[in-house]
Design a protein around this ligand. Structure first.
Ligand code: ADP
Length: 173
């Protein structure tokens, strides 16, 4: 039996009781709006202090910190691509965010991880295209042995949730 689980839910990623949550950060790792701002507010000022020591993060890469006041023990900060129309390697870079975040989580023996819809807010990546990439990368990663047993896509809006449900159904069920 395949005990690994991929699911979508609608909610606030800062409230998720998983071992790691992923932050859609910007290259400075010094905080921002959207989900990044929400995570920093919920984790408290120590998160920013730790982030200052990381010297930023390149697009498509990921770095890990503690979760501080969050229920999650870890925050994995990844920098998604800004959407420029699709011809600037946006798809590859977004896939790289998911792969690197999962690899970093696995290197810490993390079992459960929650992702927001990286790049689909301020960075303008089309939602369904992003969801197809997200689910495909997670599915591929889970085919190999690793510590990760549960991956949750946390959708902020009901429209995002509907889209992820459709994509998961199409690719997995
Ligand atoms: P990006 O700059 O990578 O586009 P944003 O933070 O602007 O990042 O948006 C990414 C996604 O995160 C959007 O779908 C946005 O609605 C969502 N989002 C914002 N706040 C939260 C939150 N607290 N929990 C989960 N998702 C959130």
């Amino acid at each position: 039996m395949w005990k690994k689980q991929i699911l979508a839910l609608q909610g606030d990623i800062t409230k998720q009781a998983v071992e790691a949550i992923v932050n859609a950060a910007n290259p400075s790792l010094l905080g921002g709006g959207g989900v990044d701002g929400a995570i920093h507010r919920a984790a408290g000022p120590q998160l920013l202090e730790e982030c200052r020591r990381l010297n930023g993060c390149q697009t498509g890469e990921a770095k890990i910190t503690g979760g501080y006041r969050l229920a999650a023990k870890w925050v994995i900060h990844t920098v998604g691509p800004v959407w420029h129309g699709g011809n600037q390697q946006e798809d590859l870079l977004l896939a790289s965010c998911y792969r690197h975040s999962l690899a970093l989580a696995a290197s810490q023996q993390i079992r459960s991880i929650a992702f927001p819809a990286i790049s689909t807010g301020a960075y303008g990546f089309p939602l369904e295209r992003a969801a197809l990439i997200a689910v495909t990368e997670v599915q591929n990663f889970l085919k190999q042995p690793s510590s990760i047993e549960q991956v949750i896509f946390v959708c902020f809006s009901s429209e995002d949730f509907d889209c992820y449900q459709k994509v998961i159904h199409k690719l997995i069920v």
